[in-house]
Design a protein around this ligand. Sequence first.
Ligand SMILES: [Zn+2]
Length: 267
Amino acid sequence: MMMASLTSAAAPEQALVPGGIAIMDLKNYTPETHITFDGRKTTIFKQDEAWYALAAIPLKAKPGTYDFKIQQDDSTRVSKVEVRDKKYQEQRLTIKNKRKVNPSEQDMQRITSERVLKRAAKNHWSDTYPDADLIWPVSGEISSIYGLRRFFNEQERNPHNGLDIAAPEGTDVRAAADGTVIEAGDFFFSGNMVYIDHGQGLISLYAHLSRIDVKPGDVLRRGEILGAVGQTGRVTGAHLHFAVMSNGVLFDPIYLLPKQQPTAQLQ
Ligand SMILES: [Zn+2]
């Protein structure tokens, strides 16, 4: 199989910073085991016959002690995790289409209704155990990293919650892992966007696409083409905005991606 060589054997390393991930080894895991992190559900996954819980640490999280709580057979175990601080840089971008920075009243209505769809996709849950070993959805230069504090036309907006990978318009975009499409459509800021549910609250999204090749309900294998790189929505050029979340919390996708981009395999 072409994609088999892209998987790495080791479980993801944790990054105990805002925007990072906490990973816990699970001994004797059964589907009845209930694991939370800071009171939120976690993403349970299996790798090399071992079970793990993955928790996303929100970008807004304050440094300090956080708890994994493991409830099993009427007993509760707590494992403490120290989250340290991380400083994220600023990024200043100039957007030619001013409506994408200061939307009109009509745009605002659209944005409000899209927010409902986005929230539903973000908080989607399925019991399937995901493969946390993602592949690069596209190869290219990383034009913007996760977590940057963003100023569009000198106005501060939400921090960057994904990874921007620059690639020519029309380049194939591939599913980062097996999953089911839960949302696909044209959004005001994100342009053409696809959400894939991988299971256990692990969801990936692909934005600014030039075209979408899938629809909600489609089951995709890792590496399957879902659309193409474009520059739809609020952009300064063609790139893929790739974001990953666990149970509604967006974290830096870099922590689940292989260190090297498999340029030769993907193009
Ligand atoms: Zn982006």
